[in-house]
Design a protein around this ligand. Structure first.
Ligand code: 4AD
Ligand code: MG
Length: 481
């Protein structure tokens, strides 16, 4: 069937009346009237269903007896101009073949609105809904756009390892990778688990970031990026955290923090533009579903319509301020004074929560903000230390509705400064000798950042929960499918 089959997207774009076609797809609805039947067929290539007209003069209608929502069909037919409103073309069936039945008593997806919570429980079938079809197509376009952006700039894509022996972020929220018998592990003389007997001869985990390896590559190849899965065992059951998420991590030699910010802003705008240019049909659908969802909300709590929000990002330069300036704004802010923040901002040094990030972006500046120069105590060991001795050249990009979408920094390229910071933070230099080596041999100023792909997807699609922008979410207590 593959060679003869035409996708609905192609047919609607370039089909001509009279053309003979073969279609394969899944039934969204079936409607039978006295002398004709209509099937709305979807094959995932586009949001639009194709109307298939089944005329009893051409096809024995009894084949439709067992055709219900969800069934798969092969249609051999002829393209005709559609008399109805909505689409220009439809297909008149010459032959209908029922490939796979979907029993209406048990098939959970019926032609009505299902809640997103319910759809998460049937994630194996939710691809068949308009919402998840649209999200999946947009997700694909974004993946493609990211590779295109970097490829056009001459960046090299690096596959960083997924199994690692180091904790790049030093946050210790890692998933162990082991083949030892959990019930009866070998023990050392001190009675601890003896990981020297494990597969790799040492303790290993799933990576939290590909950055450290990307740095090694950047310090030879100039401009590189990784785009891979990352894993965090943090117990954050929020609408913005996953235990398994995808991250894009560019790393560039000869870039300082300003070059880094310029690249991050350019990339985000490019990707928004890419979505508007390539996914308009799906974005318009997602916009209308967001509008439906927001009808329950009060006027002032409603967000901008999706397309307008995306255009807005393109129209304004991101605000760039230091952490210290942000703390001053937050300290003086109304919600802080009225006790509206769950975590009140009392003094310099406080870690920013998403409520603070969103206040800065949504209420104060009303546009994306890049915050730089955070206290070193709340950032990772590898960030370039400022001369003030207390801040580092970190940069976080904050987005409306999301909070932190990118985290990055200029890197500490000075061997002695890096070593001292690692010692202060208790990061074993014995395990990181290879990272330190790049600062011993031919070190240069360099920078990079990590974009959380699903956070980007939340922004582009206007969806409210990160579990709905990845096909099979991994979250605490949940690894079904
Ligand atoms: O700020 P993070 O932890 O930075 C790093 O991992 C650096 N190594 C990146 C770099 O400089 N190369 O994470 C980067 C981004 C965050 O801004 C956020 O968008 C996303 O990754 N992120 C998550 N997304 C979904 N679920 C989680 N649990 C996430 N944790 C971080
Ligand atoms: Mg971060």
């Amino acid at each position: 069937m593959r060679k003869e089959r035409i996708k609905i997207r192609e047919l609607l774009a370039g089909g001509v009346p009279g053309q003979q076609v073969v279609l394969g797809g899944w039934v969204r609805t079936k409607r039978i009237s006295k002398n004709v039947a209509f099937i709305a067929l979807n094959d995932g290539s586009t949001l639009q269903n194709l109307q298939v007209v089944v005329n009893p003069e051409l096809v024995d209608l009894s084949v439709l007896d067992e055709v219900y929502t969800g069934a798969s069909l092969r249609i051999d037919g002829r393209v005709v101009a559609s008399p109805g409103a909505g689409q220009a073309l439809e297909v008149e069936a010459l032959k209908v073949e029922l490939l796979g039945k979907a029993d209406p008593e048990h098939y959970p997806l019926q032609p009505k609105k299902h809640s997103l919570e319910f759809l998460r429980e049937i994630a194996h079938l939710r691809f068949r809904t308009n919402t998840f079809g649209a999200i999946t197509r947009v997700r694909h376009a974004m993946i493609f756009g990211i590779h295109k952006f970097f490829n056009d700039k001459g960046f090299l894509n690096i596959h960083s390892p997924i199994i690692t022996g180091s904790d790049a972020e030093g946050a210790g929220e890692m998933f162990r990778v082991s083949v030892l018998d959990a019930n009866n592990p070998p023990l050392t003389e001190e009675g601890k688990v003896d990981f020297s007997k494990d597969f790799f001869g040492k303790e290993t985990n799933l990576t939290v970031s590909g950055q450290l390896e990307a740095e090694l590559a950047a310090l030879a190849l100039g401009e590189v990026y990784t785009f891979g899965p990352t894993f965090r065992a943090e117990n954050s059951n929020t609408s913005r955290h996953l235990a398994e998420f995808w991250m894009i991590e560019p790393e560039m030699a000869f870039y300082d923090i300003h070059d880094n910010m310029d690249l991050a802003e350019e990339m985000l705008k490019y990707l928004v533009r890419y979505a508007l240019d390539h996914c308009m049909e799906d974005l318009l659908f997602l916009q209308s579903r967001q509008e439906d969802e927001e009808k329950q909300k009060k006027q002032e709590d409603r967000s901008m319509p999706l397309i307008e929000k995306l255009e807005f990002i393109l129209a304004h330069p991101f605000e760039r301020i230091t952490y210290t300036e942000a703390i001053e704004i937050l300290k003086e802010s109304k919600p802080n004074k009225n006790g509206k923040f769950q975590y009140p901002i009392e003094k310099w040094g406080a870690d920013l929560q998403s409520e603070h990030e969103r206040y800065l972006v949504e209420k104060h500046f009303k546009k994306p903000v890049i915050l730089t120069d955070y206290p070193k105590e709340i950032k990772a060991f590898y960030m370039k230390q400022n001369d003030d001795g207390v801040t580092v050249r970190a940069m976080d990009v904050l987005f409306p509705g999301i909070g932190e979408i990118i985290g990055g920094s200029q890197r500490e390229e000075r061997y002695d400064h890096l070593l001292a910071r690692m010692q202060q933070m208790g990061i074993p230099e014995k395990e990181m000798w290879w990272y330190l080596d790049t600062r011993r041999f031919g070190t240069v100023v360099h920078s990079g950042y990590g974009l959380g792909f699903e956070r980007l997807m939340l922004f582009i699609t206007g969806m409210g929960n990160i579990r709905d922008v990845i096909p099979f979410p991994r979250t605490p207590q949940n690894a079904e499918f």
